[in-house]
Write a protein that binds this ligand. Structure first.
Ligand code: PNS
Length: 174
């Protein structure tokens, strides 16, 4: 059942949820393209991702805010618990997810079905990643960086700065 709701009347709200640990240029590509297609986009950072995050919730939110500065119809928010509960609280917004590779599809497709089973009317749309970001993920960025590789093409400047800062502090403590 698709509900008529305030969010849609006031301009459709689309929610892009994720861990964003940290935000990458691939995420930003989806954010920019979704924001160009819909009147309002909320980037929702999960407070308690499955794996223990490198960055705190506050840091992940701050990095996203910095990276999205200038995108007028984009807000950065956070949530705890089930995504469908957050979506209900936001007037049953539409979920948007980015798809890079086939394995993403398998995972995201089952999450979309699960979310719709948990809360009827919650729907997900998929946006294909741009080719140049199809291989960029937060976890690969962290791994390449930790092994001394160059990630400057994969993350916003603020993220690179923060990661370098963190590495410097780590070595200062040694
Ligand atoms: O960036 P990620 O880690 O792929 O994002 C995954 C996320 C946060 C969208 C997903 O883990 C999620 O929705 N978490 C909230 C808890 C939840 O609702 N779980 C049930 C659906 S899998």
């Amino acid at each position: 059942m698709r509900r008529d709701n305030g969010a849609r009347r006031g301009g459709m709200l689309v929610v892009y949820p994720g861990s964003f640990d940290p935000v990458t240029n691939g995420h930003l590509d989806i954010i920019r393209r979704a924001a160009a297609q819909f009147p309002r986009l909320s980037v929702a950072v999960v407070a308690n991702p499955g794996k223990s995050p490198m960055f705190t919730l506050e840091e992940r939110v701050a990095l996203l805010r910095e990276a999205c500065r200038g995108l007028r119809n984009v807000e950065i928010d956070s949530f705890e618990g089930l995504l469908v509960d957050y979506i209900r609280g936001r007037g049953n917004a539409l979920i948007v997810k980015g798809l890079r590779i086939v394995s993403d599809f398998e995972h995201e497709f089952s999450m979309a079905l699960l979310n719709r089973k948990l809360e009827s009317g919650v729907d997900t749309i998929f946006m294909p990643a741009s080719l140049e970001y199809a291989y960029v993920s937060s976890s690969s960025v962290k791994e390449v960086f930790s092994l001394g590789g160059d990630i400057s093409d994969f993350v916003p400047a603020a993220v690179l700065r923060k990661m370098k800062e963190r590495r410097t502090k780590k070595y200062e403590r040694l």
